[in-house]
Design a protein around this ligand. Structure first.
Ligand SMILES: [Zn+2]
Ligand SMILES: [Zn+2]
Length: 203
């Protein structure tokens, strides 16, 4: 009888233990290995995840748009990444040097006014909430100071995977899930970590 109880307890514990998350990094075109390694390292640390770096790909032409300037639609990239994600991978993050964009919408789902500004809005990154794909671009993260650039890449990657895991924007000071509110300054002021509330929500 005792043995049976022990077995049941063991079974229960096995089913509740958190499996490590497997995150695939999808490099696009000419993105450099230093940037890929920074993303890999920071996601491993932030989410206790296993990382797989996938074979480099060319950005899908179907995502290309040229309204204000040449860009790739982040929404299309998310669909493409999700569709072509290897089954063994839980989450996939695309990384490109090209500018990416989306339509910025209000709470009712309408494109924010003025439409000419927000219908094709350049962004740092985008991720499903929750979901299995996100994409980031280094285009708007550039800085002469490579440390600042590196820290931006890390924060945006952790932020977008956070959305995939179901995290919303957070108002806690320094939390990496803060809304960038259309400026890189917010990203620079944020820390690299999730606040305690965000951390507890996904652990
Ligand atoms: Zn966000
Ligand atoms: Zn937070």
């Amino acid at each position: 009888m005792k043995k049976q109880i022990l077995f049941l307890i063991l079974l229960y514990c096995c089913s509740c233990s958190n499996k490590p998350k497997l995150i695939g990094i999808q490099p696009y075109d000419e993105i450099d290995s230093t940037t890929i390694n920074s993303i890999s390292e920071s996601l491993k640390q932030a989410y206790d995840a296993k990382i797989i770096i996938l074979t480099n790909k060319t950005l899908p032409k179907t995502a290309f748009i040229n309204i204000k300037s040449p860009r790739y639609r982040a929404d299309s990239l998310l669909i493409d990444l999700s569709k072509n994600r290897p089954d063994s991978i839980n989450y996939i993050i695309g990384i490109t040097t090209k500018d990416i964009s989306t339509s910025k919408r209000d709470n009712d789902g309408n494109i924010k006014k003025p439409e000419s500004k927000y219908s094709d809005w350049g962004i740092f990154g985008l991720g499903y909430k929750p979901g299995n794909s996100c994409v980031i671009s280094t285009y708007r993260l550039k800085n002469k100071n490579l440390k600042i650039f590196d820290s931006r890449v890390r924060k945006i990657s952790i932020h977008e995977i956070g959305h995939n895991l179901g995290l919303d924007h957070c108002s806690a000071k320094k939390c990496v899930m803060q809304d960038a509110v259309e400026t890189i300054k917010t990203v620079d002021l944020a820390g690299l970590d999730l606040c305690t509330d965000c951390y507890n929500e996904i652990n």
